[in-house]
Write a protein that binds this ligand. Structure first.
Ligand code: AMP
Length: 283
């Protein structure tokens, strides 16, 4: 496995690979990798001839006062996980390599960026869309693997690639969970022991919301209340930022639930902010 820290060298390698007829898979990450990331690497390795994992804590997607400086980092362990999962290349650029000058060009994806995460982290998706545009430009034509845990992120990146005619196929992958149901996340290390016991409540709240829809409930506010009640009882130390039951495509509530519905949660604990989601079909 080769590690690259410059854009030019990675681009040269991947251009040569594609010229040799090899298909490229990309797994964009912020590092501190866990089994959720491994599952994306597995999917990329299975479907492509060369897999590159990018490891870059992107300052642009953190707002003032968020955890940019504290974000956990361990490049040696990450390289070990990438190698064990069968990745061919790690791309781990310094901030100065990715952003050589003050950033003037920013990619925004209005609409799908606005609700849910967009309300609570208004600048986040512009940072994500900008760094993904750069990664797609650096890596070139490829398949790019993203986790369903960050459902709205997939919607933003898919729309961005489509609108800008970028020759990258965005491939969604299932959420990997701890044995008790907590979605794996690099930020789970921020949970206190008491909060860690409450984390799986998000999964149970989603299950309760899905059960309500499956039992015929079509009022989004009622489904949201079902999820909020469970969180109030089982995750009392968390503040619910949103609990939503929305159309899976627009992510904006519009009358009674119908078709593909997505349930999404964000809960803020003392330092960790947990998100999770799941889907259900409303007849
Ligand atoms: P991050 O390093 O947190 O920015 O995540 C990098 C990629 O891994 C994103 O596409 C995430 O959605 C994905 N990811 C994070 N956690 C999980 C998980 N528990 N299961 C599957 N994919 C995940």
């Amino acid at each position: 496995m080769k590690t690259f820290d410059t854009i030019a060298e990675l681009r040269e390698q991947l251009d040569a690979d594609r010229s040799a007829g090899l298909a490229v898979g990309l797994v964009p990450t912020m590092g501190y990798l866990h089994d959720g990331h491994s599952s994306l690497i597995d999917a990329a390795v299975a479907a492509n001839d060369r897999t590159v994992v990018s490891i870059f804590v992107n300052p642009l997607q953190f707002a003032e006062g968020e955890d940019l400086d504290d974000y956990p980092r361990d490049l040696d362990a990450d390289r070990g996980l990438c190698g064990a999962a069968g990745a061919d290349y790690v791309f781990a650029p310094a901030v100065e390599e990715m952003y050589r000058r003050a950033v003037h060009t920013v990619v925004t994806v209005p609409g799908v960026s606005a609700p849910l995460e967009g309300v609570h982290r208004p600048t986040h998706f512009a940072g994500v869309a900008t760094v993904c545009t750069k990664l797609f430009a650096i890596v070139g034509p490829c398949r790019a693997y993203f986790g369903a845990k960050d459902w709205q992120q997939i919607a933003v990146v898919t729309r961005m690639a489509s609108d800008l005619s970028i020759p990258v196929e965005v491939v969604p992958c299932p959420t990997m969970r701890e044995a008790d149901g907590l979605a794996m996340s690099s930020r789970n290390v921020y949970l206190t022991p008491a909060e860690r016991t409450q984390g799986p409540a998000l999964r149970r709240a989603l299950a309760a919301g899905i059960a309500a829809v499956e039992a015929g409930e079509r009022d989004p506010a009622t489904v949201e209340q079902v999820m909020r009640s469970l969180l109030a009882a089982d995750a009392p130390d968390g503040a619910v930022e949103y609990a939503a039951a929305v159309p899976a495509d627009t992510l904006v509530a519009s009358g009674p639930l119908t078709g593909d519905v997505r349930l999404l949660l964000a809960v803020k604990f003392s330092k960790a902010r947990l998100i999770d989601n799941d889907g259900v079909r409303a007849g």
